[in-house]
Design a binder for this molecule. Structure first.
Ligand code: ATP
Ligand code: MG
Length: 389
């Protein structure tokens, strides 16, 4: 087995070799001798799932000379690398965690999967095709699976994708009952609240429920069936979609008032553009009792404890058993959406997600009265995204 340390040196040697074979070099005369100067590898950073090499081009070498030869990195490291930078400084990340079953989050493949409505990323099928579905037509999703099976990474993939590409259509309410995951979404454009305590969640759910009623009244008034039709009325104040996502909803077992409202949202949300994504380790019968479970029509079942639990999530009589997923097969799951299929979720590390979200982060607004010498913030225009909708 190749140790991590060994890998670090092998890849460094391969990178040096790549510069040589692709002729990424500055050649000049010094007296009678010809000098060749290759890019200098200035730093190596080891992360959980990638090795990063920071290198500098020699001054005088046209960056085009290297960018035109980027194919050499593909030939050397396969698909599992990412090159960023400009001018003289570059960063090459080589994803070391990748084995045949792991699919690193790839923005190009994600973009190709984003047609129509609100695309929710699922995973790669047996043909290596990335599958997604439209939340506007299938409004509520349940993600269930044992600890460490890949639920939170899946949520990171879904939410990061929506935030990068669809944030102007959605108000996000993100509740992280374990306080470990959603901090990275704080201050992102589109994110109304990141909630980590039950009281605040109750408040947010009540507010969303009130909006549910307001929207219901609006549709009644106009004799319409769906919020999308209402939004087509000329001159109207458009209603965005609302997404309430709760990681580890089972921790709300005793919050009956909150859960009742969530159940209402699951019943009426489809027509009103208010959608749910709920995750839980065990498909908890008490939480999923009755209406809520049947309204969560799309299900992602990661590794389950046993067939009984698998059947609670996926339904019985389908010859599928999510407890047969091996513990080591992180990110593998069954998706129930029309039919049941086995998929592999893309892997998006925390560092990678942070990088992707960086351009859509607000600068947190300070209280202008806190310091009388504060400069008034007048321009809060955020950098847009070309790909937005
Ligand atoms: N799609 C994936 N591809 C490869 N590895 C993954 C994938 N999803 C998760 N993993 C690995 O499994 C680990 C645990 O995943 P994750 O945190 O999503 O589990 P979880 O189901 O949310 O667990 P818990 O219920 O304890 O919160 C990750 O840190 C990562 O190393
Ligand atoms: Mg988790």
């Amino acid at each position: 087995m190749i140790t991590k340390l060994y890998k670090k040196y092998i890849y460094k040697a391969r990178l040096r070799n790549a510069f040589v074979v692709a002729d990424i070099v500055l050649t000049f005369k010094k007296g009678n001798t010809t000098v060749k100067r290759y890019p200098a590898i200035a730093a190596t950073h080891e992360k959980d799932d990638y090795l990063e090499y920071v290198f500098y081009l020699p001054q005088g070498l046209n960056p085009k000379n290297m960018l035109e030869k980027e194919y050499i990195f593909n030939q050397t490291f396969g698909q599992s690398y990412d090159l960023t930078g400009d001018g003289l400084k570059y960063s090459l990340k080589i994803f070391t965690k990748q084995d045949e079953s792991i699919k690193i989050y790839n923005d190009t493949e994600i973009k190709a999967c984003l047609k129509g409505g609100l695309p929710i990323i699922a995973g790669y099928d047996h043909f290596n095709k990335l599958v997604s579905y439209n939340m506007v037509t299938d409004p509520h999703l349940l993600i269930a699976g044992e600890t460490g099976s890949g639920k939170s990474v899946m949520l990171r993939v879904i939410l990061t994708t929506l935030l990068i590409h669809k944030r102007r259509m959605i108000d996000f309410y993100l509740a992280d009952m374990k306080r470990t995951e959603f901090h990275l979404f704080r201050n992102c454009e589109g994110v109304q609240q990141v909630i980590t305590d039950k009281k605040k969640l109750k408040k947010a759910v009540l507010a969303i429920h009130k909006e549910l009623e307001t929207r219901g009244d609006l549709l009644d008034e106009h004799g319409l069936e769906h919020i999308d039709e209402y939004n087509k009325i000329k001159g109207i104040d458009k209603k965005k979609y609302i997404l309430l996502c709760i990681d580890e909803v089972a921790l709300l077992r005793k919050e009956t008032a909150t859960m009742d409202k969530i159940e209402d949202i699951s019943t009426q949300g489809r027509a009103l553009g208010i959608f749910l994504i709920l995750s839980m380790q065990r498909p908890d019968a008490k939480i999923l009792d009755g209406q809520l479970k049947s309204n969560l029509t799309v299900r992602y079942a990661f590794r389950h404890a046993d067939l009984i639990n698998s059947n609670i999530t996926l339904g019985s009589g389908n010859n599928v058993d999510a407890s047969k997923i091996n513990k080591a097969e992180k990110g593998k799951f069954y998706m129930r959406h029309e039919v049941i299929k086995q998929l592999q979720a893309p892997y998006l590390s925390l560092e990678h997600a942070k990088e992707l979200l960086e351009p859509i982060k607000h600068v947190p607004i300070e209280d202008p009265h806190e310091n009388e010498f504060d400069v008034e913030v007048t321009d809060l225009t955020l950098p847009g995204s070309e790909d937005d909708e």
